[in-house]
Design a protein around this ligand. Structure first.
Ligand SMILES: Nc1ncnc2c1ncn2[C@@H]1O[C@H](COP(=O)(O)OP(=O)(O)O)[C@@H](O)[C@H]1O
Ligand SMILES: [Mg+2]
Length: 342
């Protein structure tokens, strides 16, 4: 019998000294889905995952995996999960094949079956040529792939992937995405942490945006985008010198704007074509030349900026010079956020 919820967490807290790394996190993750936990470095992603995976004890709150309490029934939970990513659990001096064979044997596979499984996984992850090399000679990307391969030997019902693609080249990253999709297609639930908005957008059925230990938004990628505004207008200016005066005009519409001075670009959440027309007329009256216009759903980058008031790479520092005010203006009240994401 399958449980409806792979993960149910309520009020999870974990402090390190006086740092509340995880500060009251609730999560509900449906069985059979890919769930994205999205946040910048230091947001509390790994700490959250570690508590769900029984590797760290929560200071407060509770969590269940397929209905089993992660503290009281930790042994049961461990048999239902696989964890990969920032806990590479492989032996450096052994080869890739040897590592996978050992994992397989530990999981109860026979000798021949273990060899067959190891060879098959190495093939899948493009590691066949490196199969006999010791791990200490592996690149970061190769390690990541081997780590995931190791977790697939058992293919547990719930797999935690902690930043599976951080630092990978685009090709390996795409390969990893395919593997993750395949895992879910073949019956696993995947919880994935990421700093990449496009990754969450591509893979995750639902996303929790986490910032400073708290979930600041939760929903599908589309819901998160809708929370920021229906549409987003991108204006490309002919002259970078016009950026300031263009922004003045844009803000008289009462809408926030993000800017990129290098790209001479302004991004404005808009309600519809009428507003766009009015805005363009005003720009022309002010003799501000526009050389490109496009309308799109807001990117998850904009969503993040709107929800947290700072960009994804921001760690206290504001990395989005000139947009701090816009971020503040754009930030909806907690209740409108919750409403939009319901
Ligand atoms: N073992 C630890 N000891 C002390 N502080 C920690 C420890 N692990 C994480 N932290 C702190 O907790 C916060 C959240 O870290 P982490 O969960 O690793 O974030 P993320 O995975 O989102 O980058 C950070 O401020 C980090 O420095
Ligand atoms: Mg982490």
């Amino acid at each position: 019998m399958t449980h409806e919820w792979a993960v149910e967490a309520h009020g999870l807290v974990r402090t390190f000294g006086d740092n509340r790394a995880v500060d009251g996190v609730d999560l509900s993750i449906r069985t059979g889905s890919v769930y994205g936990v999205l946040g910048p470095n230091g947001a509390g992603k790994t700490t959250t995952i570690s508590m769900l995976a029984t590797l760290l004890r929560p200071d407060a709150g509770e969590a269940r995996v397929f209905g089993h309490d992660v503290v009281r029934e930790a042994q049961v939970v461990r048999q239902l999960i696989g964890v990969t990513g920032q806990y590479a659990s492989v032996d450096e001096t052994l080869s890739a094949t040897e590592n996978l064979v050992i994992f397989s044997r530990l999981l109860g596979l026979g000798r021949a079956e273990a060899r067959r499984k190891a060879a098959e996984l190495l093939e899948t992850f493009g590691l066949t040529e490196a199969a006999t090399r010791p791990l200490k000679n592996f690149s970061g990307g190769m390690r990541r792939r081997l780590d995931l391969a190791a977790s697939l030997i058992a293919q547990p019902p719930l797999i935690f992937l902690d930043e599976p693609t951080t630092g990978l080249d685009p090709r390996t990253r795409a390969q990893m995405w395919d593997t993750i999709r395949e895992l879910v297609a073949t019956g696993s639930t995947v919880v994935l942490t990421t700093q990449y908005l496009d990754e969450a957008d591509q893979l995750a059925d639902r996303i929790a945006v986490i910032d400073r230990g708290r979930v600041v938004a939760e929903g599908t990628a589309d819901e998160l985008k809708d929370a920021v505004g229906n549409q987003s207008l991108q204006l490309g200016l002919v002259a970078a010198a016009d950026l300031g005066s263009a922004l003045d005009i844009v803000t008289t519409f009462g809408v926030p704007a993000t800017t990129s001075p290098e790209a001479r670009r302004i991004t404005v959440p808009v309600t519809g074509p009428d507003e766009v027309t009015d805005l363009l007329v005003r720009l022309r009256e002010a003799r501000i030349a526009v050389d490109s216009i496009s309308m799109d759903k807001p990117s998850l980058d904009e969503v993040f900026l709107t929800l947290t008031g700072h960009g994804v790479a921001a760690d206290g520092e504001d990395d989005t010079a000139g947009t701090a005010a816009a971020g503040d203006v754009a930030c909806p009240t907690t209740s409108t956020r919750e409403e939009a994401l319901r």
